[in-house]
Write a protein that binds this ligand. Structure first.
Ligand code: ADP
Ligand code: ZN
Length: 601
């Protein structure tokens, strides 16, 4: 029932669109006609042959210009800037007449007929211009309507793909999760008989170029089912209702060829949070709603798996993430050292390399690169080697390709120097080791020196279950953990760096809140400062108070920094072991970290 209703709605929408198009065309034609009328009128405005004769008699004509084969004369009057066109009924008698009057000071000029072919072609073209514009306009509208060539341009793409899991390097955990889906596509009956619920929608989150499309294709390839793909941005259209009808067509097609994979790239283009109801937003809503309708309407018999890719999962409308829709999320991470080596190996196939090429060392130099970027580097290297007329790709070619590709990338300094890498490893190890010895900060999830955004590395904590309250002790320990990075740099390298500025920012915010919002400083007491509510509150408290607040914040952070150094000074061996492992492997998981720490003690 619901989808019937939707059909009607969409038909109405299309009719409205056609009416709007027709009105647009009429307005355009009217505009052109009026424009030309006005132009002609302007040129020979109220100036007739008789008036011309009078003017000649009065001697107010400065110049007459005539062209062979044309019976329009260009007239310039003495007291006027612009020229006028006047239609001459009989040229011969006019010329005679003017020559008679030539003593009146009229200057008459005769031009030869234009023989320049180029100019005449140009003129003809210009005269056709309005027609050309009109035809182009109509063509565009028809194309948008999809009435012209039957949706060829915007249509989704159906492929049989030969891509297999072995073509996807690294991403072992991700592949593991996908095996279940392949199994389901191959043998849906087995699952249905068991009454098992298999995910219908899977959201692949990750940076562009990390292999989301590749892994989606590999699922289709492994299961040997069609791969239907479309990009979210292609759904968004100027004319209302079209995005929704495209979604409908996409799933119509999918139902015909099921079992199959439907892949929607850039789903955030249609699935962004519904905030306001401005024009483009309403359109997106309809597209999004249609997608939800289609996914909810899946029959248990139908084996269609919808995979969608985005690099901004937090932007998505919550409705998309509900059970039965995209209820499973898989994060496709940037490849680690081993992953990068594996990707390089895959893309090295079919290429000739010189003896001096070591893919492992290239992998070491490319922390933070995506799979697509790595593939690109090898391809560029092959091009460079060809230009240099070499038999095989040398290490120099690869280094030059790396430079070329990096310069083209957004973050120019992504090739991290060994020195920076060492500092990052020590900094992150510092956070981790200090945290290990703090009762409330133990839950480390992952430590990494793979650059992320502006950060050179990160130490990630397991997200604590939603706590209502945070104790003062926990906040103090959080401060100490935040200073673990800087403290480690100071102790292990003898010098600190700019790398800790974000840590400082967060720590200062926490300390300020402890003192001014949560009343956690004894000196300041039970004060809650809210300058938005009461801009004069600080003044009311007096300058002395402001000074105490400042001193308290400072002593909280200084104290935390001192404690972080004390912990590390007692565990320099741990700092060394963890930072070395980071340098070697780039990523340390929670389990591995526990293992390392257990071995030391
Ligand atoms: P995304 O969809 O995440 O933007 P793609 O799947 O389109 O990324 O990746 C682009 C290209 O990069 C792929 O076609 C492939 O050549 C290469 N690539 C990316 N990740 C990998 C990987 N893990 N293994 C092998 N090649 C990869
Ligand atoms: Zn840090």
């Amino acid at each position: 029932m619901e989808s019937k209703n939707n059909d009607n709605k969409n038909n109405k929408k299309q009719n409205i669109t056609i009416i709007i198009s027709v009105i647009l065309i009429i307005i355009t034609i009217l505009g052109i006609v009026l424009f030309m009328k006005y132009y002609n009128k302007d040129e020979d405005k109220e100036f007739s042959y008789t008036q011309l004769l009078t003017s000649i008699n009065e001697g107010t004509v400065e110049k007459i210009e005539m062209t062979e084969g044309s019976n329009t004369a260009k007239i310039k009057l003495i007291n006027e800037e612009k020229e006028r066109n006047v239609l001459i009924p009989s040229i011969d008698s006019f010329v005679e007449l003017v020559q008679d009057k030539s003593n009146n000071g009229v200057n008459i000029e005769f031009n030869q007929k234009e023989r320049n072919i180029f100019v005449s072609i140009l003129r003809t073209l210009i005269s056709f211009l309005p027609t050309i514009i009109l035809v182009a306009l109509m063509f565009m509208i028809f194309k948008m309507q999809g009435l012209g060539e039957k949706g060829k341009v915007y249509d989704s793409e159906t492929q049989t793909t030969k891509t297999k899991f072995e073509d996807v390097a690294g991403l072992d955990e991700e592949k593991q999760e996908m095996i279940e889906i392949v199994d389901f596509l191959k043998n849906p009956k087995k699952f249905q008989d068991m009454g098992a619920k298999v995910p219908r929608g899977v959201l692949l989150c990750g940076n562009p170029g990390t292999g989301k499309t590749l892994i989606a294709k590999a699922i289709a390839g492994e299961a040997n089912v069609p791969f239907i793909s479309m990009s979210g941005s292609e759904f968004i259209e100027m004319f209302a209702g079209l995005g929704a009808s495209r979604v409908r067509k996409l799933f119509e097609k999918a139902r015909k060829v099921a079992p199959c994979i439907v892949f929607i790239d850039e789903i955030d283009a249609i699935g962004s949070r519904r905030t306001s109801s401005s024009g483009a937003e309403t359109e997106n809503n309809q597209t999004l709603n249609q997608l939800l309708v289609e996914m909810d309407g899946f029959d248990t018999e139908e084996t269609i798996i919808v995979l969608a890719a985005t690099n901004r999962p937090e932007m998505l409308d919550k409705a998309l993430l509900r059970p039965g829709r995209f209820d499973r999320q898989i994060t496709v991470a940037l490849p680690d050292l081993n992953g990068r080596e594996a990707i390089l190996n895959i893309h090295a196939k079919g290429k000739q390399f010189a003896q001096d090429v070591d893919l492992r060392s290239i992998a070491e130099d490319t922390a933070g690169f995506t799979g697509a970027e790595l593939a690109n580097i090898l391809n560029e290297a092959a091009i460079i080697a060809t230009i240099r007329e070499r038999q095989s790709i040398t290490n120099k070619d690869i280094e030059d390709a790396l430079k070329k590709v990096t310069v083209g990338l957004e973050k120019h300094n992504r090739v991290v120097s060994d020195k920076d890498k060492k500092r990052t490893a020590i900094h992150e190890a510092g956070h981790a080791v200090v945290s290990h010895f703090l009762e409330t900060q133990k839950d480390i999830k992952e430590i990494s020196i793979i650059p992320r955004g502006v950060a050179g590395g990160y130490t990630m904590y397991k997200s604590s279950e939603d706590k209502c309250y945070i104790s003062k002790n926990e906040m103090q320990e959080k401060l100490i953990a935040l200073f673990g990075g800087r403290a480690a740099e100071k102790l292990a390298l003898g010098d600190i760096s700019t790398g800790a500025s974000n840590d400082l920012e967060v720590a200062n915010d926490i300390a300020k809140n402890m003192v001014t919002v949560y009343g956690m400083s004894e000196e300041v007491g039970q004060i809650h400062i809210n300058l938005e509510k009461d801009p004069y509150q600080l003044e009311l408290l007096g300058k002395k108070y402001g000074d105490i607040i400042g001193t308290e914040i400072k002593s909280l952070v200084d104290d935390a920094y001192f404690k972080a150094q004390t912990i590390l000074a007692n565990h320099m061996d741990a700092l060394e072991v963890v930072s070395n492992e980071l340098l070697e492997k780039e990523v340390i998981t929670a389990e591995r970290f526990e293992e390392l720490m257990a071995n030391i003690n």
